[in-house]
Design a protein around this ligand. Structure first.
Ligand code: HEM
Length: 131
């Protein structure tokens, strides 16, 4: 019989005490790694030196799924910046943040840019969720 007290360890971390425990930045990816094994079911992109998993957003994108799929596994910075996206887009990206790109794979203009993330457990009091 499984000893299960109803609290999954991962969920405890994510939604319980993550504010105290969560690291400020995520894992570091090599560009090559971001480019591997992407699909509609696992869609990662690099934007300004930050790595995002946008799988859940593909179908929601107001500009269509296709344009995002073309960027999957790549540096989508220019394509994103070429379109007149609102500041909401930047806010939204924080929710999909999964890590940083290795400093050796960063473009110069991304050097001092800090990747921002939203701690889901903190959404209610961080002001990042506008009700
Ligand atoms: C992961 C990256 C992206 C996110 C989070 C994102 C998010 C959004 C959001 C929230 C909008 C609604 C309008 C706004 O608030 O600006 C939008 C619109 C749009 N996006 Fe993106 N976008 C991304 C990447 C791209 C890329 C790479 C392209 C094109 C190559 C693109 C093309 C468009 C277009 C054409 C619209 C306008 C749709 C319309 O008003 O009919 N987006 N996007």
């Amino acid at each position: 019989m499984r000893d299960f007290d109803g609290s999954h360890p991962a969920l405890t971390y994510e939604y319980g005490s993550c504010a105290a425990k969560a690291k400020e930045s995520g894992p570091v990816f090599m560009l090559e790694e971001v480019g591997k094994r992407n699909s509609k079911h696992k869609a990662r992109v690099l934007i300004h030196g930050c790595v995002y998993n946008i799988t859940c957003f593909l179908e929601e994108h107001p500009g269509g799924e296709e344009v995002l799929l073309e960027q999957v596994g790549r540096d989508a910075t220019e394509s994103l910046d070429d379109v007149d996206h609102s500041t909401d887009t930047r806010e939204m990206l924080k929710h999909y943040y999964i890590g940083d790109i290795h400093p050796g794979d960063r473009k110069n203009k991304d050097e001092n840019r800090k990747c921002e993330r939203v701690h889901e457990c903190n959404m209610w009091n961080s002001g990042s969720l506008h009700l």
